[in-house]
Design a protein around this ligand. Structure first.
Ligand SMILES: Cc1cc2nc3c(=O)[nH]c(=O)nc-3n(C[C@H](O)[C@H](O)[C@H](O)COP(=O)(O)OP(=O)(O)OC[C@H]3O[C@@H](n4cnc5c(N)ncnc54)[C@H](O)[C@@H]3O)c2cc1C
Length: 285
């Protein structure tokens, strides 16, 4: 492996409890799930850590479980498993769609949901669906278990609020109270596959019998240092009818919650324009 240290210590826990114990004893270790992000850094010579905590044998964390309140997706569930799971597709189709456009088949077969979250790229494709589904992240460390709202896990690009020796164990998806009137997932990238997003959007909309907005949840990725819900536009539209004027105003308000930058993949102006078009199109139906 190019750039890899000559000696590397691999810790291979056989159970989640052992993983937590080992990480507590070796908080300098680098957790390894599918390795699709870790190996890129490794090959670029960016990793000087010599201890790796290999989570991949933990079958318990690769399952998807149904509870009364929702689905609990293990941190080691691969994007392919999420993409193909009938329960995810039925109740959380936007997450299944996101899983089907992450990289391409090889990345989907190895990359995990927990790894996607812990990597905390501003452009993580699973993030807008998880933000609109109001997912809850289960973590575990030698200090015990915690549950965090999904959006609170991120502190900035590549930075999470995970504490030392804390692992993501699972992601809980609460069932929606009722079927949305409209829903959308869209990834805008340079190519159909193997492209990181210029912008990525997920939205859920509930209208009442009179055509008024009961609730809008709309989230954008790659438009700010971390994934963002459009709280200002969401609050503005609550209780309103979707007229040309209210839709235009919501589209304008999108700018209140995001701050897209120019980078190698796109310009901030393009990102803003295309996100506005996505939100406007979604609201117009
Ligand atoms: C060619 C290519 C294309 C890609 N395309 C996309 C794309 O289109 N969209 C997208 O969102 N991503 C993309 N990625 C990024 C990557 O595939 C995903 O982020 C993937 O989900 C990472 O999961 P993993 O299991 O491989 O993580 P790993 O590489 O094993 O780990 C990633 C990070 O998370 C930490 N980690 C892993 N699991 C845990 C855990 N349970 N608890 C705490 N920390 C943990 C690791 O220490 C590391 O810092 C791409 C990557 C490549 C190489």
């Amino acid at each position: 492996m190019r750039g890899a240290p000559e000696t590397m210590r691999v810790l291979r826990p056989r159970s989640p409890a052992e993983a937590v114990r080992l990480y507590g004893r070796h908080p300098e270790a680098l957790p390894l799930a599918g390795g699709t992000d870790v190996m890129v850094s490794w090959n670029a010579g960016l990793l000087n850590r010599r201890t790796v905590l290999d989570l991949s044998p933990l079958r318990e964390w690769s399952r998807i479980r149904r509870t009364r309140a929702g689905l609990v997706v293990g941190a080691l569930a691969t994007h392919a498993r999420i993409r193909d799971d009938a329960r995810v597709r039925a109740a959380f189709p936007l997450l299944a769609e996101a899983a089907s456009v992450i990289g391409a088949a090889a990345i989907q077969n190895r990359g995990t949901l927990g790894g996607n979250i812990a990597n905390a790229s501003p452009a993580g494709d699973s993030f807008p669906p998880l933000a609109v589904y109001e997912a809850v992240v289960h973590t575990i460390s030698p200090d015990g278990e915690r549950r965090s709202r999904f959006l609170n896990v991120f502190e900035g690009p590549k930075a999470t609020a995970l504490r030392p020796a804390e692992l993501i164990a699972a992601v809980e998806l609460p069932f929606l109270p009722k079927r949305p009137t409209r829903q959308i997932f869209r990834k805008i990238g340079t190519r159909a596959a193997q492209a990181l997003s210029k912008t990525v959007a997920a939205g859920l909309l509930w209208l009442d019998g009179k055509g008024r907005v009961e609730e809008l949840r709309f989230a954008l990725g790659a438009m700010a240092p971390t994934v963002r819900r459009l709280r200002t536009a969401e609050a503005f539209l609550a209780g309103q009818r979707l007229t040309p004027a209210t839709v235009d105003r919501a589209v304008e308000l999108l700018g209140e919650d995001v701050a897209p930058i120019d980078d190698v993949r796109s310009t901030g102006a393009y990102r803003l324009a295309v996100s506005r078009a996505l939100l406007g199109g979604f609201l117009r139906g």
